[in-house]
Design a protein around this ligand. Sequence first.
Ligand code: GLN
Length: 189
Amino acid sequence: MGPIGVLALQGAFREHRASLERLGVPVREVRLPEDLRGLSGLILPGGESTVMGRLLRDFGLSEPLRRLAAEGLPIWGTCAGMILLAKRIIGEDTVHLGLMDIAVRRNAYGGQLDSFRTELNVPGVSPAPLPLVFIRAPYAEEAGPRVRVLATLKGKIIAAEEGNLLATAFHPELTDDLSFHRYFLDKIK
Ligand code: GLN
Protein backbone atom coordinates (compact mmCIF):
# COMPACT_ATOMS: atom_id res chain seq x y z
CA MET A 1 0.00 0.00 0.00
CA GLY A 2 1.27 3.48 -0.89
CA PRO A 3 1.12 6.30 1.65
CA ILE A 4 -2.05 8.17 2.51
CA GLY A 5 -1.71 11.81 1.50
CA VAL A 6 -2.93 14.65 3.65
CA LEU A 7 -3.35 17.95 1.84
CA ALA A 8 -1.09 20.24 3.87
CA LEU A 9 -1.66 23.70 2.40
CA GLN A 10 -3.69 25.00 5.33
CA GLY A 11 -5.91 23.83 8.16
CA ALA A 12 -5.99 20.77 10.43
CA PHE A 13 -3.66 18.51 8.46
CA ARG A 14 -1.34 17.68 11.40
CA GLU A 15 -4.24 16.18 13.34
CA HIS A 16 -5.17 13.90 10.42
CA ARG A 17 -1.55 12.91 10.13
CA ALA A 18 -1.48 11.99 13.83
CA SER A 19 -4.69 9.91 13.55
CA LEU A 20 -3.31 7.98 10.57
CA GLU A 21 0.00 7.41 12.32
CA ARG A 22 -1.84 6.01 15.33
CA LEU A 23 -3.29 3.46 12.91
CA GLY A 24 0.20 2.63 11.71
CA VAL A 25 -0.18 3.70 8.10
CA PRO A 26 2.43 5.66 6.11
CA VAL A 27 1.47 9.32 5.63
CA ARG A 28 2.68 11.95 3.20
CA GLU A 29 1.91 15.66 3.42
CA VAL A 30 0.82 16.95 0.01
CA ARG A 31 1.78 20.44 -1.10
CA LEU A 32 2.88 20.00 -4.71
CA PRO A 33 1.62 17.92 -7.65
CA GLU A 34 4.58 15.53 -7.37
CA ASP A 35 3.50 14.70 -3.80
CA LEU A 36 0.43 12.99 -5.30
CA ARG A 37 2.48 10.27 -6.97
CA GLY A 38 1.80 6.75 -5.69
CA LEU A 39 -0.74 7.67 -3.03
CA SER A 40 -3.31 5.08 -1.93
CA GLY A 41 -5.71 7.74 -0.68
CA LEU A 42 -5.93 11.41 0.14
CA ILE A 43 -7.48 13.45 2.95
CA LEU A 44 -8.60 17.04 2.43
CA PRO A 45 -8.62 18.54 5.94
CA GLY A 46 -10.76 21.17 7.60
CA GLY A 47 -9.66 24.78 7.48
CA GLU A 48 -10.92 27.54 5.28
CA SER A 49 -12.28 26.31 1.97
CA THR A 50 -11.85 29.66 0.19
CA VAL A 51 -8.16 29.77 1.11
CA MET A 52 -7.53 26.09 0.42
CA GLY A 53 -9.40 26.28 -2.89
CA ARG A 54 -7.25 29.18 -4.02
CA LEU A 55 -4.05 27.44 -2.92
CA LEU A 56 -5.10 24.26 -4.77
CA ARG A 57 -5.25 26.29 -7.96
CA ASP A 58 -2.09 28.32 -7.26
CA PHE A 59 -0.07 25.16 -6.56
CA GLY A 60 -1.36 23.41 -9.68
CA LEU A 61 -3.10 20.69 -7.66
CA SER A 62 -6.70 21.03 -8.88
CA GLU A 63 -6.34 19.35 -12.25
CA PRO A 64 -4.15 16.44 -11.13
CA LEU A 65 -6.55 15.89 -8.24
CA ARG A 66 -9.59 15.80 -10.50
CA ARG A 67 -7.79 13.32 -12.74
CA LEU A 68 -6.83 11.05 -9.83
CA ALA A 69 -10.38 11.19 -8.47
CA ALA A 70 -11.72 10.12 -11.87
CA GLU A 71 -9.23 7.24 -11.85
CA GLY A 72 -10.68 6.11 -8.52
CA LEU A 73 -8.29 7.49 -5.88
CA PRO A 74 -10.13 7.37 -2.54
CA ILE A 75 -10.49 10.96 -1.27
CA TRP A 76 -11.97 12.00 2.06
CA GLY A 77 -12.88 15.62 2.75
CA THR A 78 -13.58 16.79 6.31
CA CYS A 79 -15.45 20.07 6.88
CA ALA A 80 -13.74 22.55 4.52
CA GLY A 81 -12.58 19.44 2.63
CA MET A 82 -16.24 18.49 2.13
CA ILE A 83 -16.81 21.94 0.63
CA LEU A 84 -13.82 21.43 -1.70
CA LEU A 85 -15.35 18.16 -2.92
CA ALA A 86 -18.87 19.49 -3.50
CA LYS A 87 -20.27 20.13 -6.96
CA ARG A 88 -22.36 22.97 -5.58
CA ILE A 89 -22.03 25.54 -2.78
CA ILE A 90 -25.42 27.00 -1.98
CA GLY A 91 -25.61 30.76 -2.45
CA GLU A 92 -22.19 30.96 -4.11
CA ASP A 93 -20.95 30.71 -7.68
CA THR A 94 -17.68 29.15 -6.54
CA VAL A 95 -16.90 25.49 -7.05
CA HIS A 96 -13.53 24.11 -6.00
CA LEU A 97 -12.85 20.51 -7.08
CA GLY A 98 -16.50 19.89 -7.94
CA LEU A 99 -16.25 16.11 -7.65
CA MET A 100 -19.11 14.99 -5.43
CA ASP A 101 -22.78 15.33 -6.24
CA ILE A 102 -23.75 17.23 -3.10
CA ALA A 103 -24.95 20.78 -2.52
CA VAL A 104 -23.35 22.14 0.66
CA ARG A 105 -24.14 25.13 2.77
CA ARG A 106 -21.10 26.75 4.37
CA ASN A 107 -21.14 27.85 8.02
CA ALA A 108 -24.52 26.17 8.17
CA TYR A 109 -24.77 26.09 11.97
CA GLY A 110 -24.82 29.80 12.72
CA GLY A 111 -25.03 31.59 16.08
CA GLN A 112 -24.79 29.50 19.23
CA LEU A 113 -24.27 26.30 17.27
CA ASP A 114 -21.31 27.77 15.41
CA SER A 115 -19.07 25.14 16.98
CA PHE A 116 -20.37 22.23 19.01
CA ARG A 117 -19.81 18.66 20.02
CA THR A 118 -22.34 15.86 19.96
CA GLU A 119 -22.59 12.09 19.76
CA LEU A 120 -24.27 10.05 17.09
CA ASN A 121 -24.71 6.45 16.02
CA VAL A 122 -23.27 5.97 12.59
CA PRO A 123 -24.09 2.37 11.64
CA GLY A 124 -21.53 0.85 9.33
CA VAL A 125 -18.78 3.07 10.70
CA SER A 126 -18.86 2.17 14.38
CA PRO A 127 -21.03 0.03 16.66
CA ALA A 128 -20.69 2.66 19.45
CA PRO A 129 -21.91 6.28 19.32
CA LEU A 130 -19.26 8.52 17.80
CA PRO A 131 -18.10 11.85 19.21
CA LEU A 132 -18.63 14.50 16.53
CA VAL A 133 -16.93 17.90 16.56
CA PHE A 134 -18.34 20.66 14.37
CA ILE A 135 -16.40 23.89 13.80
CA ARG A 136 -18.17 26.45 11.62
CA ALA A 137 -19.25 23.38 9.74
CA PRO A 138 -21.17 22.94 6.55
CA TYR A 139 -23.88 20.37 5.89
CA ALA A 140 -25.23 19.04 2.63
CA GLU A 141 -28.80 19.95 1.76
CA GLU A 142 -29.02 17.88 -1.37
CA ALA A 143 -27.36 14.76 -2.67
CA GLY A 144 -27.52 13.10 -6.07
CA PRO A 145 -28.80 9.56 -6.66
CA ARG A 146 -25.35 7.96 -6.52
CA VAL A 147 -24.57 9.47 -3.13
CA ARG A 148 -24.96 7.19 -0.11
CA VAL A 149 -25.83 9.11 3.04
CA LEU A 150 -23.98 7.78 6.08
CA ALA A 151 -25.24 10.17 8.74
CA THR A 152 -27.72 12.98 9.20
CA LEU A 153 -28.20 15.42 12.04
CA LYS A 154 -31.61 17.07 12.35
CA GLY A 155 -32.40 16.09 8.79
CA LYS A 156 -29.20 17.47 7.26
CA ILE A 157 -26.52 15.33 5.66
CA ILE A 158 -23.29 15.36 7.66
CA ALA A 159 -21.56 12.29 6.23
CA ALA A 160 -21.87 10.76 2.80
CA GLU A 161 -19.98 8.83 0.17
CA GLU A 162 -20.10 8.52 -3.57
CA GLY A 163 -17.91 5.77 -5.01
CA ASN A 164 -14.34 6.59 -4.03
CA LEU A 165 -15.30 9.89 -2.37
CA LEU A 166 -16.13 10.36 1.31
CA ALA A 167 -17.25 13.59 2.96
CA THR A 168 -17.86 14.48 6.61
CA ALA A 169 -19.01 17.86 7.91
CA PHE A 170 -17.31 17.19 11.25
CA HIS A 171 -13.73 16.58 12.42
CA PRO A 172 -12.91 12.99 13.50
CA GLU A 173 -9.23 14.00 13.61
CA LEU A 174 -9.98 16.30 16.57
CA THR A 175 -11.27 13.40 18.69
CA ASP A 176 -9.60 10.27 20.06
CA ASP A 177 -11.95 8.11 18.05
CA LEU A 178 -10.34 6.53 15.00
CA SER A 179 -13.48 4.90 13.55
CA PHE A 180 -13.80 7.20 10.56
CA HIS A 181 -10.12 6.94 9.73
CA ARG A 182 -10.48 3.16 9.92
CA TYR A 183 -13.57 3.36 7.71
CA PHE A 184 -11.63 5.36 5.11
CA LEU A 185 -8.73 2.90 5.19
CA ASP A 186 -11.20 0.01 4.71
CA LYS A 187 -12.52 1.79 1.62
CA ILE A 188 -8.98 1.81 0.26
CA LYS A 189 -8.34 -1.89 0.82
N1 GLN B 1 -16.24 27.47 7.65
C1 GLN B 1 -15.15 26.88 6.91
C2 GLN B 1 -15.35 27.04 5.41
O1 GLN B 1 -16.35 27.50 5.00
C3 GLN B 1 -15.01 25.42 7.25
C4 GLN B 1 -14.62 25.24 8.70
C5 GLN B 1 -13.80 24.03 9.00
O2 GLN B 1 -13.23 23.39 8.12
N2 GLN B 1 -13.67 23.72 10.26
O3 GLN B 1 -14.47 26.71 4.67
